[in-house]
Design a protein around this ligand. Sequence first.
Ligand code: BEZ
Ligand code: FE
Length: 289
Amino acid sequence: MATDFTEETAADAVIESFAPSTDPRLREVMTSLVRHLHAFAREVELTIPEWNAAIDFLTRTGHKCDDDRQEFILLSDVLGLSMLTETISNRKFGVATESTVLGPFHVVESPPLELGASIDKVGTGMPCVVTGRVVSVDGTPLAGATLDVWQANDQGFYDVQQPAVQPRGNGRGLFTADGDGRFWFRTIVPSHYPIPTDGPVGEMLIATGRHAFRPAHIHFIVAAPGHRDLTTHIFVAGSEYIESDTVFAVKKSLVIDFVPVDDPAEGNKWDVPVPFRHADFEIIMQPGA
Ligand code: BEZ
Ligand code: FE
């Protein structure tokens, strides 16, 4: 006869119920999940009202999801799980540029633009020139690397958050590096901004006394043949919240000086009014699939 389900035997009872034919990786993940989940419930002595509140929270998180909004990813982000998973998957090899979270504001089709074009279609905010070079870990320039770029405006909103205010594609561009791996484009300096807080994740931030802000940043997905795709940001040095990103995505190597420039000759060179800011950095790609 089977023994009673007790606090001590509960996890084993669930794990032993998995069929022998269970996929080995699924078994490994599920076994660990059950052990940690049960250990958590025992450690905090989970009450039935708390269990009910958790089910309600997860149900409302699901109801908040639609084609444009993924509240579960946001939950993973503010719990640090997205960054932990990202960091495990992209363990840094030598000098390669570090990765960071994708976030929910990437769109599948960024508009292809010529090098030097502006991704700013509105004309407010501090003009900015972004330049750099894509290379492999041994310094070889990666001609033809593609850079999918997106950012918030100077008020801290992405185009998709303000369809009546910003033209679709504002703050976005898909660039192809030249024969020497170099890229350059014009934009405006982005602002720090709050992640969406009108759902269960926002409630959780308030209940735990946390703010909702991310420091100013520009997103990149860089791709080059024979190299691992790189999903990363550059962060504006000195931005508010650089020390306390609510999704824990800042890595020191990704914080870049957006240098003030007021030399009119430099403005002419890049076709921007002075004063402007100039961010220059190297992207080092990891060989691999
Ligand atoms: C973003 O940078 O776009 C972002 C990342 C995580 C959560 C919300 C926004
Ligand atoms: Fe962002």
